[in-house]
Design a protein. Structure first.
Length: 93
């Protein structure tokens, strides 16, 4: 059964082929739209996974950077403390 999209009539008052879409044509359009939606959804999922992965890597990198920085600061603080103690001991002697 054809679906009339836009009612156009010829001189005899009958529907023309221009205004009709067959069920097969509508099924094809639905199939194409469904396939496109699947593709877009799949791409969105991949992009989300990539974003989450990149965010995790960034967190790990930042954690490693902060850990290294704290370690460096602790070593520097120990070095300064030892210098102050050494200087103080020398002054007391």
């Amino acid at each position: 059964m054809p679906v009339v999209v836009e009612g156009r009539k010829n001189n005899e008052g009958e529907e023309t082929d221009e205004g009709e879409l067959s069920v097969a044509s509508l099924k094809h359009q639905l199939s194409t739209l469904t396939s496109s939606l699947y593709t877009v959804t799949e791409q969105k999922s991949k992009m989300e996974a990539t974003y989450i992965s990149d965010r995790r890597k960034m967190k790990v990198t930042n954690y490693m950077y902060i850990t290294d920085l704290v370690s460096h600061l602790c070593r520097h603080l120990i070095f300064l403390t030892l210098n102050v103690l050494s200087t103080t001991c020398c002054v007391l002697l």
